[in-house]
Design a protein around this ligand. Structure first.
Ligand SMILES: [Zn+2]
Length: 144
């Protein structure tokens, strides 16, 4: 499946989905393509640029600036930010809180904090899941 950015003779930009480049050329030659906005059958293909199809949130207008592909580092930072936003910082009490949650003494929730390698290992041996996430220097809370 290929997605082409198309434009009609009146300058309307829209997307077309085709099995292949040949499929597009074939439909164009047979006059099967027309602008969904005005019905103009004068359709041309814009130079394609590799990009993600973001579905409902994407803007089909060609004038919108195209978002660059996130780098692995950006994806990782997003994951870190997600963790920071969805966990409670219990600081040095991490091991203690993790146990209280595990044994049902307090409501279950996501927590984060500092713990030693030994404490983390002890928690794992008790069957408590501990995820070690090295945070970048200076990142102590949500960036927003
Ligand atoms: Zn049009």
């Amino acid at each position: 499946m290929k997605v082409f950015d198309l434009r009609c003779g009146h300058g309307h930009g829209f997307e077309g989905w085709f099995a292949s480049e040949e499929d597009f050329q074939s439909q164009l030659a047979r006059g099967l393509l027309s602008c969904p906005l005005c019905g103009d059958a004068t359709v041309e293909k814009l130079p394609s640029a590799p990009r993600l199809n973001l579905g409902a949130g994407s803007q089909p207008e060609a004038s919108a600036p195209q978002e660059a592909m996130p780098t692995p580092e950006q994806l990782w930072l997003r994951a870190v930010r997600h963790v920071l936003e969805h966990t409670e910082d219990v600081g040095e009490r991490f091991a203690e809180e993790a146990r209280r949650i595990h044994y049902g003494e307090v409501p279950s929730r996501g927590i984060r904090g500092q713990t030693t390698q030994e404490d983390a290992q002890a928690l794992r041996e008790e069957g408590i899941e501990v995820l070690t996430l090295p945070l970048p220097v200076g990142m102590k809370g949500p960036l927003q």
